[in-house]
Design a protein around this ligand. Structure first.
Ligand code: H53
Length: 827
């Protein structure tokens, strides 16, 4: 066989082999084959889920067809590649996206119609993998889409949680959590790779010995061992390559099971097995807050350990030397969650592959790059030294050694003692802990923040000493979103209108949207633009009806805040504003407020008291307003339960106004802000995260700005902030705040919102009261402009036209140029 014969093309060219074409007839044939041969069903007894699965399998074949071609190309070019390590992914439903990327949406629709099936109905069947909490996980998935589309040799690693982010229900106005059994009906998109599996050790101790040449040997004698097995999901790019999302599942190793079984200790064996498998059972539901739990550290180490062994396997498979790992691979650490990788790679290189320290350290710090996603102190990971000693004793030794060499290095510079102790990897001010962000920074060749503002603050605050030491290490890559999922797939009407006007080049180059600006003065175009928005609002209204039972008039201004519930994101600021409108109607007899539906969605971490109370506040205000005939024609307040990627795809297209109202300096970037603007919503926001750049792009006259800047926040706090003073000096605000304790709102349980009330009046750490008036004033302006629908439409078009920068394709190109030095390889 010559090498040409080995190419996949050769096999696919043979008649009758793997006929996986893309025409309507091909799709029909495959669809029936899947139904008969893979599922053993006939149409009369098949359920909707059977039809969905047959279609998903049909599409999966075609995606894999693209994947093998991509793989071949990557191998042939011996290209440098990226390994992306992330504890979270939120891919959303795969089917619709894959159809778009294969460009077979219409063919599939027609093929199904011939069997009397409706594509949209089958799309609804898909259960999405909720393997992330929010922004961080969704960003990773947007990046997968762009890596594939751009043809960047890459592989993404993570954890195959059996239960993803909890399902949220609202009962009696409160959030109630239940388990997300996303695998219950199986997962068509993944394939198990039983042969790609690695051992992961925990606990025990280390033994140090010297050989005859006085060389030190360190052996880790663990007290337990488990196995990680790979599950691969292909992620297809648009008209392009495909990459693999490789998720690890924990399993018991046969050996220790077996030993216990022989002793007749069946139950002990089963218990151990279950305990090992617990590692990948459930996603920790805290976004930007530490759980501090041992199991969480086990999860982090588990997936990092499997992924690094796999990367080394792939590297050696190509006949390369381990000393060149950093030349062929760069490993991106998505936040500190995988940062134990720095110590683990050192362990693998030193203890398993017997490299010398200097060489191993050189390879390690030339391989990793670290993305920081938050400045919130409660989100910066620190692990107790004692926990590490118990769970990963060898890694603790390595971290101490890395730290001691690092401290020796910085002593040679002009750092003060205070700076040195601030920079140390070990915080020994109380119970000694490891600062994972410092480990990631010391062990990486680049560190980036996720918006211009955040990257700046990172250098000035959290990592300022490191930025002084290594200024060239720090850079910014502003986040981006995939416009293919968040416009082409989720908003086909707007995508269609855009394509009609400017062609479909925007699908691969979002900057092309700029040319929409030349149509802002075209009345006919504006009319069509508004018609599309109205259709999308009707669709959102239908979702609201389905999930909450409430009806909203789609002509209303739809004002939306969807994101995790967190005090710094200030959902309660929005609530205060809604209450101010309510009182204007009820008490001041005001009747010129434009009809508005306020829509909220988002999950609260189950242990986050204030966040859960904010949800109750939103629903209580909703109860009051939606049931008051004097008010409910003008205002509606909706809380959409169980926010997910699937639901988000209906929300963004139907929104008129996007709420991005965090206290300046707290939201690292935000990506929802980009999704709204891309779908034609206007933004009311602070100068926080990527809002700053969005405003720069769309122009200040097309953005509703309010609130203090980051510097002003700092000054305000430094000068002494007294929320009570603001409360007592602003009568209308006082009226609204006092209403939180009213019988009407609380239905007699007047202490219900006492904690929120007291917090705002006494501490108000996120300056709601400070920014309140500015927000209310800017909302007046929003209403003025909303009344001029032509002006609103123009602003909406200009917003969309200027979203080019926020494509994740741009972000990935930035990563390639500024950090990874990886080039595209197109299949
Ligand atoms: O990451 C997003 C940012 C967003 C930030 C978020 C995030 C998490 O979702 C979880 C942990 C974390 O450290 C940061 O809050 O501002 O847009 C992606 O970068």
């Amino acid at each position: 066989m010559n090498s040409n014969n080995k190419k996949t093309e050769h096999y696919f060219a043979k008649p009758g082999v793997a006929n996986i074409g893309l025409t309507k007839e091909d799709i029909k044939t495959s669809f029936l084959e899947k139904l008969f041969y893979s599922l053993g069903r006939i149409p009369v007894v098949a359920t909707k889920n059977d039809f969905y699965t047959s279609l998903a399998l049909t599409v999966r074949d075609r995606v894999f067809r693209k994947y093998v071609k991509s793989l071949e190309q990557y191998a042939e070019e011996d290209a440098r590649g990226v390994a992306y390590l992330s504890a979270e992914y939120l891919p959303g439903p795969h089917l619709g996206n894959n159809l778009l990327n294969l460009e077979i949406v219409e063919e599939t629709r027609e093929a199904l119609a011939e069997f009397d099936l409706d594509l949209d109905e089958l799309l609804k069947e898909e259960v999405e993998p909720g393997l992330g909490n929010g922004g961080l996980g969704r960003l990773a998935s947007c990046y997968m889409d762009s890596l594939a589309t751009l043809g960047i040799p890459s592989i993404a690693y993570g954890i195959r949680y059996e239960f993803g982010i909890f399902k949220q229900e609202i009962q009696n106005g409160w959030q109630v959590e239940s388990t997300d059994k996303w695998l219950q009906k199986g997962n068509t998109w993944e394939i198990l790779r039983p042969e790609i599996s690695f051992e992961v050790k925990f606990g025990g101790n280390t033994e140090h010995s010297r050989d005859e040449n006085n060389k030190l040997h360190i052996e880790w004698i663990p007290d337990s061992e488990i196995k990680g097995t790979a599950y691969d999901t292909p992620i297809l790019g648009y008209q392009s390559n495909s990459i693999i999302l490789r998720l690890w599942k924990a399993e018991a190793t046969e050996s220790f099971d077996f030993a216990a079984y022989n002793l007749g200790e069946y139950y002990r064996a089963v218990e151990k097995k279950m305990r090992s498998e617990n590692i990948t059972k459930v996603l920790y539901p805290n976004d930007e807050n530490l759980s501090g739990k041992e199991l969480r550290l086990k999860q982090q180490y588990f997936f990092v350990c499997c992924s690094l062994q796999d990367i080394i396997r792939l590297h050696l498979l190509q006949g390369r030397k381990l000393e060149t790992l950093h030349e062929k691979f760069t490993i991106q650490l998505n936040d500190t969650h995988p940062s134990i990788a720095v110590a683990e790679l050192m362990r693998l290189l030193l203890d398993v592959h017997h490299m010398e320290w200097e060489e191993a350290w050189k390879v390690t710090k030339s391989t990793f790059a670290y993305t920081n996603h938050t400045l919130l102190p409660e989100a910066l990971e620190k692990w107790p030294v004692n926990l590490l000693r118990n769970l990963l004793p060898r890694h603790l030794e390595l971290i101490y050694e890395i730290n001691s060499r690092f401290i020796t290095e910085i002593r040679e510079h002009d750092f003060t003692g205070e700076q040195i102790s601030r920079m140390s990897l070990i915080d020994d001010r109380g119970e000694p802990t490891i600062r994972m962000a410092h480990l990631a920074t010391v062990g990486s060749y680049k560190v980036n923040g996720v918006s211009a503002l955040h990257s700046g603050l990172l250098k000035e605050e959290v990592l300022k000493d490191f930025a002084q030491l290594w200024p060239e290490k720090f850079t910014n890559v502003t986040n981006g979103i995939t416009h293919r999922r968040f416009l082409a797939v989720s908003n086909p009407l707007l995508a269609g209108l855009i394509t009609e006007k400017i062609g479909k080049g925007w699908l691969t180059n979002l900057d092309k949207l700029k040319s929409l600006e030349s149509f802002v003065n075209d009345e006919d175009f504006r009319r069509k633009w508004m018609e599309v928005k109205l259709e999308n609002k009707k669709n959102l209204a239908a979702q609201i009806k389905e999930f909450t039972g409430f009806e909203i008039n789609p002509e209303m201004l739809i004002d939306v805040q969807v994101k995790r519930i967190h005090e710094y994101k200030r959902q309660h600021l929005k609530v205060l504003h809604i209450l101010s409108l309510y009182m204007q109607i009820k008490e001041d007899g005001q009747n010129n407020i434009p009809p508005t539906a306020f829509v909220f969605a988002g999950k609260a971490a189950p242990g986050y008291f204030m966040a859960k109370r904010i949800i109750k506040l939103i629903t209580a205000v909703g109860d009051l307003i939606n049931n008051d005939p004097e008010v409910n024609k003008i205002l509606k307040v909706i809380f959409l339960p169980n926010f997910s990627v699937k639901l988000a795809q209906h929300v963004y297209p139907g929104a008129d106004l996007s709420e991005q109202i965090s206290m300046a300096g707290k939201e690292a970037s935000g990506t929802g802000n980009m999704k709204f603007a891309l779908n034609g919503a206007l933004t009311i926001g602070t100068l926080d995260g990527a809002n700053v750049e969005i405003r720069e792009e769309v122009g200040e006259e097309n953005f509703f700005l309010f609130g203090l800047t980051t510097e002003e926040v700092a000054e305000r706090k430094k000068a002494g902030y007294h929320p009570y003073k603001i409360y007592s000096e602003n009568e209308k605000l006082k009226r609204v705040l006092d209403f939180l304790l009213s019988e009407e709102l609380t239905k007699g349980d007047t202490e219900l919102f006492r904690s929120i009330y007291d917090n705002l009046l006494n501490q108000d750490p996120y300056l709601l009261l400070q920014d309140y008036q500015s927000y209310v004033d800017q909302m007046e302006n929003v209403y003025e402009i909303w009344k001029d629908s032509q002006k609103w439409a123009k602003m909406s078009i200009i917003n969309v036209a200027n979203m080019g920068k926020f494509s994740s394709d741009r972000s990935i190109k930035d990563y390639c140029e500024k950090i990874w030095k990886v080039k595209a390889v197109k299949a």
